[in-house]
Design a protein around this ligand. Structure first.
Ligand code: 9PG
Length: 493
């Protein structure tokens, strides 16, 4: 286990960490602060890697794949795994008296890691991340502009709502590439081929009609999951990832109850995944949002015990790629980040945006910043700015409507600023009928593609995240600071 002792005062050092999967926090914090870990046990498997959780201790920070330590002069140290196809790389920085101790451990076959002292942390982190991306043959196609059903219709989405929005988008000349149907079209988790009773049709009915309106069809799947009530589970109980007791392992508690994950070391499961992705493609969906992917990577008892977690996950992901085809556009979500490089085209790099700024009861009192809020999405996606060499980053949707939203004008513009700075995928979920001239104007701005921006500094932060970019500065705190209103973005003039 490589270990380094740095003769530097911990009180002067900031640490930049990135959590395990899409929804886990990324942060830029004083090293002596506390890295919070959710109080609720079930959030560990759903928001983090239960085998390498955030520390929960003051002065001890854990990070996945990459780690950076920043001195007040902008110099410091950067660590980065150089391959993640079979191996999870875990970093820990620990304040110890007048020194900082850094350890790097791996789960899976040993792979190369880079560790570099530098006088320019920003550039070296970008360089080492880009090397990881290149080593894993990262796919970074042109960013897509996506309308997604989730953040307005949630599970009540209907075929009619999809088409009504697509028609209005066409009438307004909104430059979307993809109309993506999210969770709610299927009868159960795992039963993707059977429509839900409320959807008002079948998912395969949608793509031609969207195509006539000039849009590519996108579909959401949680391909590794199965609910206990699903036909998939009832017919193939033996396909599930198991616990030490031999019983199917519970892997989360969304959808009002527990659910299970497929064991991707089983050849029959890989066949099923290929068939699923090929079927969705055959229905006319070349764009797939593959969600809750963490399920296949959890610790558990697998059919083939010689395959580690990272490798098992990647086998499942590769089966989906093989089924969908090389020219399909795959967006990962709820997914181990680095382990997906080279298979996905895009990746959610933060928790869900929500039409509210923050939910501090959950974040502050329960120690869980993986929940849906504009603040959590900005905090994490901005602090992962360098990951654009791994995949097309997806910082989640803009919210431009004023109805059915608690966001104020500053907060809406802060989300728009994040989309511009991150420079990846563009998405919106507003019912187009709710947008007036102002909302449509903001939405058009949000759909304007830009190249990823770079931070100007990691030695200052307005809110524990990377907040200072060349194009502008974010204030994620609840106070006016440096002339910036709370929850705002100020463009550089
Ligand atoms: C559909 C949604 C949308 C959304 C996804 C994902 O940590 N969690 O418990 C958690 C649950 C759901 C969730 C994110 C996190 O939302 O990010 O865009 O597709 O699923 O159910």
């Amino acid at each position: 286990m490589p270990e380094w002792t740095l003769a530097t005062d911990p009180a002067q050092v900031r640490v930049l960490v990135s959590g395990y999967q899409s929804w886990s926090e990324a942060e830029l914090r004083p090293l002596t602060d506390v890295q919070s870990v959710p109080l609720m046990r079930w959030r560990h498997e759903q928001g983090h890697d239960p085998a390498f959780l955030p520390s929960g201790e003051a002065g001890v920070w854990r990070s996945h794949t990459v780690l950076a330590l920043v001195r007040p002069d902008g110099g410091g140290w950067v660590g980065a795994a150089q391959d993640a196809t079979h191996t999870f790389t875990h970093w820990e920085a620990r304040a110890e008296g007048d020194r900082v101790r850094v350890t790097c451990s791996q789960e899976g076959p040993a792979t190369a890691v880079a560790w570099e002292p530098t006088d320019d942390v920003i550039t070296i982190l970008e360089t080492l991340s880009a090397q990881l991306g290149a080593n894993m043959h990262a796919r970074t196609p042109a960013p897509q502009r996506v309308w997604c059903s989730w953040y307005s219709y949630y599970r009540d989405v209907t075929l009619t709502a999809m088409l009504d929005n697509a028609r209005l988008a066409r009438e307004h000349g909104l430059p979307f590439d993809v109309f993506q149907l999210d969770d709610g079209f299927q009868s159960d988790l795992g039963d993707w081929f059977t429509p839900s009773s409320h959807f008002g049709g079948h998912a395969r009915d949608l793509p031609t009609q969207l195509g006539d309106l000039g849009f590519t069809a996108g579909l959401w799947l949680a391909p590794f999951l199965a609910s206990p009530t699903s036909e998939l589970f009832r017919e193939h109980r033996d396909w599930m990832l198991r616990g030490a007791d031999g019983q199917p392992l519970t892997v989360g508690h969304n959808w009002g109850g527990a659910y299970y994950a497929l064991d991707t070391t089983r050849p029959e499961v890989l066949d099923w995944l290929r068939t699923l992705a090929a079927t969705a493609r055959g229905w006319g969906y070349p764009y797939l949002k593959l969600d809750f992917l963490y399920g296949a990577a959890l610790p558990g008892v697998r059919h083939d015990p010689s395959v580690g977690r990272a490798a098992a996950y990647r086998m499942g992901l590769q089966a989906l790629r093989d089924g969908a085809g090389d020219d399909a556009f795959l967006l990962g979500c709820g997914a181990p980040l680095a382990a997906s490089i080279g298979v996905v085209d895009a990746m959610r790099t933060g928790p869900d945006v929500a039409p509210l700024w923050d939910e501090d009861s959950r974040r502050v009192w329960l120690g869980d910043a993986t929940g849906p809020s504009a603040r959590n999405a900005l905090h994490t996606a901005l602090s992962r700015w360098y990951q654009h060499t791994w995949y097309q980053p997806d910082p989640d949707v803009a919210i431009c409507r004023r109805e059915l939203s608690l966001l104020n004008s500053n907060e809406r513009h802060a989300v728009a600023g994040m989309l511009d700075v991150v420079g990846g995928l563009r998405a919106s979920s507003d019912p187009i009928a709710l947008l007036d001239a102002e909302g449509l104007g903001l939405l058009r701005d949000c759909l304007t593609l830009s190249a990823p921006d770079r931070p100007t500094t990691l030695t200052h932060s307005l809110g524990g995240a990377v907040t200072h970019f060349r194009r502008g500065t974010f204030n994620l705190t609840d106070a006016s600071l440096d002339g910036l209103a709370p929850h705002s973005y100020q463009r550089q003039t």
